[in-house]
Design a protein around this ligand. Sequence first.
Ligand SMILES: [Zn+2]
Length: 214
Amino acid sequence: MCGGDNKDECHISNGHLPAKFGLLAINTVSAVDYTITNRATGTAGGVRFNTDIGVDYSKQTLAFAIDFIWRTFHQTNAYSINNEIHVSDSHIGSYSGDVKTEIIGVLYHEMTHIWQWNGNGQAPGGLIEGIADFVRLKANYAPGHRVQPGQGDKCDQGYDVTARFLDYCNGLRNGFVAELNKKTRTGYSAQYFVDLLWKTVDQLWADYKARYGQ
Ligand SMILES: [Zn+2]
């Protein structure tokens, strides 16, 4: 995951989510129990977290993020999760720019990993990261310095590059990313792009680059 590498610092974990829960819980995100702990209170990043973001706001953001991710994935249920999200205090401390927007974006990205499928480990890492950043992009928490549509070297480059490409694909077929995610529940094949969009992923990438004159 890419929220930060320092696992001893600001720490967010989810608590007691049942292995599977029903329709009611989808609209009742408070059913997901979260604890948020600032383990870096003595550092500049930890202080800035408390000042500029805070535990309460983070909890509220997580509730919004969960709701948004489920709607993006057209998800009707969730499965066992036992994850922790770690956000580096040094990242918060040294980030130049709107730190609140940045950290909310990181939370959306990391929360997406909890609920997205990974093709039983077969999906390309760049695609996994791209889908997480796609959700972040659609939630309007992509940082301003990030890449613009049409930029990047390859479709599975990951993160913002792949997110922009997926956004293009999603524009060709509304719900494409949700369907792609569903398909990667049990495995992964590049054929999924052909199944959904009638073109190979390489052709789609070429079309995408041409569309934006890159
Ligand atoms: Zn990630």
